[in-house]
Design a protein around this ligand. Structure first.
Ligand code: FAD
Length: 593
């Protein structure tokens, strides 16, 4: 928020305030903050975690929960034993010139710690994982790209298994990515539910087993109780933190860091009970979720975002750059020398009956066969089945300065029966409400669709005809859609000859307006391999750490794989917690690592 009211106070000048002593204050209750708090607490430190919102979770609880964590014992148990050199090769290929000496140091710190981080949480805390056995790295054509088991996600958990206090501090399921408030896990859970729209009796039974208890939970608990994805991660992390004695304080906003002779010795926090000084013996960890909701910094650092308002983030409003403000005031700086300051995701806006709008991420629908993305001029601009980041990046590349950055996802009636089109759900969910509220634009012909959306009608028909001609043969000469494992896994295995490609031919036709959004930010506070905030000379600021989106992305603004936000967030939180506790070397865990 580039907020001048957030800053640093000298200890000697601090007004008289109620004071609470602790070893560590963690600011922010997302993946980065909870990883740091739980690790520090596990190693015997007293920890307070301050969360500004009424419940914990931030962007993490809205997320898919997948964390890129190559080289873990869980992967080895699945028979995938890769050398760390392979991960470096892959990242070098993706980062190119951005793989500098200092970037390599941070990446190596990550690659060294990540298997231990996963073992630590999986075996020593309530954050149990499942492996992403089939999740491919995005750029499958590059050397070293992985074809599975390089990521972990939280094991689903029923909220009844959490303590009452943990449950009370947990965010609800993010509505736009749910089905009537029910979270659906990417992978098998989603496949099984989608198979119901393809008349699979197994799919119907599976969906009924998921939906009926959910309806009961909504009636009895007013929330989704079967936690999956990011809510499972945060639910499990809150429990883990509680188990090691972390004092989790919600409705508590860090407002000023307190410094004494160059050392950060705590922070002044605001809460409904008034201001307090939380005095720290070891340090403060900034993990406030970056600045995707900070309009002024968006204007400064995001491409094609001239006023800061041409962007729709999926992160909560609290991710307004307060960590960056605090770090800058304390002598740290924002590292913006990255490929992209934002972790792009294409989004559409969902009108709700009460007049508000939800932001929906187009994560998996773009890759299904029988749909394309076009710009206003009616042309395609990208391989739609590549990563979400590449979709927006390609859209930005294709857009001239001063032009709005926008596209439309186009599909036919075969597609919308089988697959979701953005927020619109497939059969048997009726499409009419989405058409009525203007979310879906429907037309009998492509020309009519073009007129209704403002797309060039002649070019749209040409684009679709040409796409169809090749798609029938399973080819996409323009953008090579369907060429990589990543593309094909995102498609439909039953669709032949290419799971990623099908013609768009059977009216009525549909369109959704797709615009630039983000999961969060990649530019962030400069830090060293211990997660300590550094000044412009590279010297650590004593007592100040950072993790999660507050920290500049170790991927330098590139998106090599799904999970490159949460993998480093958990890992550098873990590194910060260990450094604060003075722990060196890795203990031998259950798996012998
Ligand atoms: C829909 C969606 C899907 C995603 N899927 C994935 C995925 O599968 N894999 C992946 O790697 N990434 C994914 N991401 C991105 C990922 O969720 C984020 O990058 C990550 O959660 C950031 O974690 P964090 O701990 O830095 O911040 P957050 O989880 O946002 O937590 C920060 C917390 O700090 C609090 N806070 C802010 N300011 C203050 C203050 N001054 N005082 C106290 N508290 C404060 C906020 O309220 C918030 O709760 C997804 C994001 C979204 C939105």
């Amino acid at each position: 928020m580039t907020n001048s009211t957030l800053g640093v106070l000298q200890l000697a000048e601090l007004p008289a305030l109620p004071t609470q002593d602790t070893d560590v204050l963690v600011v922010g209750g997302g993946a980065g903050g909870f990883a740091a708090a739980t690790t520090a607490g596990y190693h015997g430190l007293n920890v307070i975690l301050a969360e500004q919102a009424a419940a914990c979770g931030g962007a993490t609880s809205r997320s898919g929960g997948w964390a890129w964590t190559p080289g873990t014992s869980l992967a080895k148990a699945e028979g995938v034993d890769e050398d760390v050199a392979t991960f470096r090769t892959y990242l070098q290929g993706v980062l190119g010139d951005l793989y500098t000496e200092s970037a390599a140091e941070m990446i190596d710190a990550f690659l060294t710690a990540v298997p231990h981080m996963v073992d630590f949480f999986h075996y020593k805390t309530s954050l149990e994982f499942v492996t992403g056995a089939k999740i491919n790295d995005i750029y499958g054509h590059l050397p070293g790209a992985g074809t599975g088991n390089r990521s972990v996600g939280p094991k689903p958990i029923n909220a009844r298994k959490l303590s009452k206090s943990a449950r009370e501090k947990l965010n609800n399921q993010y509505y736009p990515t749910s089905f009537l408030g029910m979270g659906i896990m990417a992978g098998q859970d989603l496949q099984n539910i989608l198979s119901a729209s393809q008349f699979s009796p197994k799919g119907w039974v599976y969906s009924a087993k998921r939906v009926i208890p959910h309806v009961w939970d909504m009636a009895t608990h007013q929330r989704s109780m079967q936690l999956v994805n990011g809510t499972a991660m945060i639910g499990r992390l809150i429990q883990s933190a509680e188990d090691v004695g972390v004092d989790i304080q919600v409705n508590t906003e860090a407002q000023h860091l307190v410094v004494d002779d160059g050392v950060i010795v705590g922070a002044v926090v605001g809460s409904p009970d008034g201001g307090r000084f939380i005095r720290t013996a070891r340090g403060v960890v900034l993990a406030t979720g970056g600045f995707p909701a900070d309009i002024e910094r968006r204007r400064q650092y995001f491409r094609h975002t001239p006023t800061g308002n041409e962007h729709w983030t999926l992160a909560p409003e609290e991710a307004d750059g307060s960590g960056a403000d605090l770090a800058e005031a304390a002598g740290g700086y924002l590292d913006t020398e990255v490929y992209s300051a934002a972790a792009w995701c294409p989004v559409s806006l969902v009108p709700y009956p009460n007049g508000s709008e939800g932001v929906f991420p187009h994560i998996m629908d773009r890759a299904k066969p029988g749909s394309i993305g076009v710009r206003k001029d009616g042309t395609r601009f990208v391989n739609e089945a590549n990563g979400y980041f590449d979709y927006v990046d390609g859209l930005m590349d294709a857009t001239d300065d001063g032009e709005p950055v926008e596209s439309w996802q186009i599909a036919d009636s075969t597609f919308v029966r089988k697959y979701p089109l953005g927020f619109a759900k497939p059969f048997p969910v009726p499409l009419l409400p989405y058409v009525r509220n203007g979310y879906l634009i429907k037309a009998s012909t492509l020309e009519e669709l073009a007129l209704k959306t403002g797309i060039d009608p002649v070019q749209l028909v040409n684009t679709v005809n040409e796409f169809n001609q090749h798609a029938r043969r399973g080819e996409d000469p323009d953008f090579q859609r369907g060429a990589t494992n990543f593309n094909r896994y995102g498609g439909d295995p039953k669709n032949t000859p290419n799971p990623s490609l099908a013609p768009i031919e059977k009216g009525p036709f549909y369109a959704v307006h797709v615009r630039p959004g983000s999961f969060g930010t990649f530019a962030g506070i400069a830090a060293d391999t211990n997660a300590q905030v550094i000044d412009r000379d590279g010297a650590p600021i004593p007592g100040l750490y950072t993790a999660g989106n507050d920290m500049v992305s170790i991927m330098r603004g590139k998106y090599p794989s799904g999970g490159v936000n949460l993998g480093p967030a958990l890992t550098f939180g873990y590194i910060a917690g260990r450094h604060l506790a003075g722990v060196t070397g890795y203990e031998v865990t259950n798996t012998g690592i």
